[in-house]
Design a protein around this ligand. Structure first.
Ligand code: ADP
Length: 491
């Protein structure tokens, strides 16, 4: 088989820039497929935070011209080779667009940057031009989320007769339907495409606005999303498809759900450098030390008999905070402790900060982004809560299994695909699962978990069943390799 050339394009990837799970996936999948023998180039914007950390990168191209609405912007291309995986990484630099404190929005006002369309239009155009400058025509361009949605769209419109890309197929991966890249209709002109493509049946128009994700769903050769259940859900109703369910149904044959894998090199309690004491399924005793460190860091009193619930999440409606708000006080009266790590909506920042004053011995919110603390919470908690309204894949429930931290989840998306409800009769299962999006159902499930925690032997069996699960990347990567071949076959 010929060695396929893959351009993996993404707005964020660990260790360079991260706001969510997309960065975890983009940080590992390209390396794995590169190690599997494919030729892979990864493309990222050169954000300020990357520039500050990687100051001596090789500048491989300079002043590539990108036209946006009669104005010319210049892109420089910086390069890094990752020895460990053989991956070539290209950063698209332009100070005006990417030298900013955050990736997508101004943190003080909480508002998206006004020129986000232009920023990612620039990024997308610059990638296509860089590929030409490098004289490297990929077999596949693998685009991720709305920020790169223009690339598969351009391949079928602006670049459709371009001989350079005649053998390039595209895959578009959706990590979350909630972020579609919608902009006012007036900005359509910036994209530089024919007006005919701005129509409800033809790609870019969605209820009078520009919708970049819609165009990529229509135009990519293959569409994937990050779990089999989410792939079904987003075609069924507006609640999951967020208005694009009809468009998705028209591509049903070309839409696949591939579960994300876990990077066990970073997320294993036996080798995690960010936790206090390592432990394994054979000897879990270290877990207690992590709990003690965590409880101390949170300024809570250590109470041996109380379970600790951990939660790490963007403070966003998607993650089930409206349910939690209704029953948080009832939960905290259940003879347990609760530690939350998260940033996001101000409403929830205020709510949790106030709640902490009322429950100084049982509740601690860390309203910040802190990777080290995220690892310690996984290691030190007894249970992990994810009551999501929807969840494309979710990573923390899989991390939790490996850390012996029993997940309590709603049966949706990737949570439904990874956690099996514990059955007290047969003792099978790996966590606690509730179905209906309802605060009473959530509360009953937490109570069920709280009760089982006191049955030490059964609890220990449940913990071990979780720890022995394996969601490593190998099987997901194999599925992506199949997709690449399939996309090529469809050209
Ligand atoms: P999403 O992409 O919807 O935010 P995922 O579960 O797919 O949700 O991925 C979230 C990732 O971000 C996980 O690796 C999680 O540990 C991490 N994360 C979220 N919030 C924080 C935070 N405040 N501090 C540290 N890590 C966080």
């Amino acid at each position: 088989m010929k060695k396929l050339k893959i351009a993996f394009i993404t707005p964020e990837a660990v260790p360079f820039a991260k706001t969510g799970g997309l960065a975890d996936i983009s940080g590992i999948l390209p390396g794995i497929i590169s190690k599997a023998g494919l030729s892979v180039k990864l493309f990222l914007p050169m954000y300020r935070q990357v520039l500050e950390k990687y100051q001596n990168l090789e500048r491989v191209k300079k002043d590539i011209k990108i036209e946006i609405s009669d104005k010319t912007y210049l892109a420089d291309i910086l390069f890094l080779h990752d020895e460990a995986t053989g991956l070539d990484i290209y950063f698209i630099a332009n100070k005006e667009f990417f030298d900013r404190p955050e990736l997508y929005r101004d943190n003080k006002s909480g508002k998206d940057y006004k020129d986000n369309l232009n920023r990612f239009l620039f990024f997308s155009e610059a990638i296509l031009k860089t590929l030409k400058e490098l004289d490297w025509a990929p077999d596949i361009i693998h685009a991720n989320d709305w920020q790169t949605a223009l690339v598969p769209s351009f391949l079928k419109t602006k670049y459709k007769d371009d001989l350079f890309f005649r053998k390039t197929a595209s895959i578009f991966t959706i990590h979350n339907m909630a972020y579609q890249g919608q902009f006012p209709a007036e900005e359509y002109g910036n994209i530089g495409l024919n007006k005919g493509y701005f129509a409800p049946e033809a790609y870019f128009e969605f209820w009078g606005r520009v919708n970049l994700m819609k165009a990529a769903i229509c135009l990519a050769d293959i569409i994937t999303t990050v779990s089999p259940t989410y792939a079904e859900e987003i075609q069924t109703s507006e609640e999951y498809g967020m208005g694009l369910e009809g468009t998705l149904r028209t591509r049903s044959k070309d839409l696949y759900g591939i579960l994300n894998g876990v990077d066990y090199e970073s997320w294993s309690p036996s080798s995690d450098k960010l936790i206090t004491a390592p432990y394994t399924i054979k000897n879990i005793s270290g877990k207690k030390k992590n709990k003690q460190t965590l409880i101390k860091a949170a300024g809570l009193p250590y109470k041996k008999k109380q379970p600790l619930i951990g939660m790490i999440s963007r403070l966003d409606g998607q993650k089930g905070f409206d349910l939690l708000e209704e029953i948080m006080e009832q939960i905290l009266d259940l003879d347990l402790q609760f530690i939350l790590l998260g940033t996001g909506s101000k409403k929830y920042h205020d709510y949790f900060a106030n709640l902490a004053k009322k429950y100084p011995e049982s509740f601690k919110p860390f309203l910040e982004f802190d990777n080290r603390l995220a690892h310690l919470i996984e290691a030190g908690s007894d249970m992990f809560l994810m009551p999501s309204r929807y969840e494309p894949c979710g990573l923390n429930q899989m991390y939790s299994l490996k850390y012996g931290t029993v997940p309590i989840v709603r049966k949706t998306g990737g949570l439904a695909d990874t956690i099996v409800d514990f059955d007290e009769k047969t003792l099978s299962g790996t966590g606690f699962v509730f179905e209906e999006y309802d605060s009473t159902k959530l509360f009953q499930t937490i109570k069920r978990a709280r009760k089982l925690f006191d049955k030490k032997q059964v609890w220990s069996k449940l913990v071990k069943q979780g720890m022995s699960q394996d969601f490593s990347w190998e099987s997901s990567a194999q599925k992506y390799l199949k997709m690449y071949q399939m996309a090529q076959d469809r050209l």
